[in-house]
Ligand binder design. Structure first.
Ligand code: ADP
Ligand code: MG
Length: 212
């Protein structure tokens, strides 16, 4: 199976090829169609299985050039538990975001607030952030959260390990009802399911069987 059979747009296929990805991974095959259809989902697959592009590609496709013409508000919001993981997502997204003419901003613990505020002011289509720093900018009204249509919580189980669930709950509560919400985790544990069920309705569950 190829990326083009997943109904990804010609511009995205072009960037995928340029970046050297030849075939979608199993979780990409399963998750991309579900997210392109606009469903909210909880998804799991082992570390290294390509979960980042599995959510990033469909969400980028759902944002139109008209939406991003003025970069006036964030439409995609990705939360990651650590600044290193947030940076990795940012790096993976970079070629796509720049080829599509979008603006992405990284907000992370340890990052300079003044720089982040400047970047937010310059205009943003997608935010990649650690939860505490994200919430700080939201509460200071530097992020217009009402325009966000797609929320991703990456590494959800690690969010619990690091004690971030309180931040996530606040962020979920401030999201509009009809936004598409995606929870991604290497393993779907009961506490992750509980969080998903509390904030996501209806919810599709996409799990990849462990190998072997
Ligand atoms: P996960 O989040 O599931 O741990 P990542 O999204 O970080 O995995 O991807 C792991 C690695 O696999 C990255 O180096 C990424 O560039 C690579 N990768 C992702 N999708 C593909 C693909 N379709 N073909 C080849 N490599 C891929
Ligand atoms: Mg990952």
């Amino acid at each position: 199976m190829s990326f083009s059979s997943l109904k990804l747009s010609t511009p995205l296929i072009g960037i995928i090829e340029k970046e050297g990805y030849t075939n979608p991974t199993p979780i990409q095959r399963k998750l991309i169609p579900v997210l392109l259809d606009g469903h909210s989902a909880i998804a799991s697959a082992q570390t290294g299985s390509g979960k980042t592009l599995a959510y990033l590609l469909p969400l980028l496709q759902l944002i139109t050039p008209e939406d991003t013409a003025k970069h006036s508000y964030p439409k995609i919001f990705i939360l990651s538990p650590t600044k290193e993981l947030a940076q990795q997502i940012y790096e993976v997204s970079k070629p796509f975001v720049s080829a599509l003419g979008m603006h992405a901003v990284l907000l992370q613990g340890g990052g300079r607030r003044t720089d982040e505020i400047q970047r937010l002011k310059r205009g943003v289509d997608m935010i990649i952030a650690t939860p505490q720093r994200a919430l700080e900018h939201i509460e200071a009204r530097r992020i217009d959260i009402k325009g966000i249509r797609h929320l991703v919580v990456d590494e959800a189980d690690m969010m619990f390990d690091l004690g971030f669930v309180g931040y996530l709950e606040k962020i979920f509560e401030s999201m509009t009802e009809r936004s598409q919400k995606i929870i991604v985790s290497a393993t779907i544990t009961p506490r992750v399911v509980k969080l998903a069920k509390a904030y996501i309705k209806p919810l599709k569950r996409i799990e990849l069987d462990p190998p072997g």
